[in-house]
Design a protein around this ligand. Sequence first.
Ligand SMILES: [Fe+2]
Ligand SMILES: [Fe+2]
Length: 198
Amino acid sequence: MQFEKTKTYQNLASSFAGECQAGMRYQMTAKLAMQEDLKCLSDAIRTIAKNETFHATQFFNKMIEKAGSKENIRLDAGYPFHAGTLLEGLKFAEGDEKDEATEIYPKFAEIAEKEGFNDIALLFRQVAEVERHHNAIFNYLNTAVKDGTLYKCDKPILWICSQCGYMHVATEAWQTCPLCKASQGYVELHLPFEGVRE
Ligand SMILES: [Fe+2]
Ligand SMILES: [Fe+2]
C-alpha cells in the first residue's frame, strides 16, 4: 500500500505536530516557574520540553524516510490549547502525558503494526514509555507545587544547591543558601522515577 494512503502516515504527521506543540507549551510553563524564582523546577520542565522536540525529530525523520518531503499535509487532529498559571500548566501537562502514554501512542503503534510498519510501531512504543515517565514527573511536580512540598520531605533527605553545591541533610531545604545566598528555587529537586520518590 502506498504510504500516503495509510493511517500511519497521518498519525506520524500529527505526532510530529503534537510533540512540537508540547515542547513549546512546556517552554512557556518553564518560563512561569522562572518568574516564581523556581530555577530547578524550570530546568526540569525545560528538560522535558527538550525531550519532546527530540520525539518530534524522530517522527519527522521517519516521515521523510517513508514519504519524502511534502508541500503540505492536511491534518484532522485535536491539539490541546490551554493556558494558565504554573500549577495549571503542570496539571495540564500531567493529563496530556497520560493521554499520550496510555491511549494515543499505544493506539498508533497498534495501527502501524497492522499496516505492516513494525519500525514505526516500535518508535511509538518507545515514545509512549518516555511519556509514561513524563506523566510521573508532572504528577509529582503538580502535587508538590500544590501542597508546597517541593522542598520538604517527611524524612531527612539530602538537599544540594545547584549553584555552589552546598549540601545539607534535613526535612526541609534552606530558604537562602548559607554558602552562596541563592534562593530556595535553586535547590536541586528530588524527581521521581516511575512515580517513586527516592
Ligand atoms: Fe513526547
Ligand atoms: Fe512527554
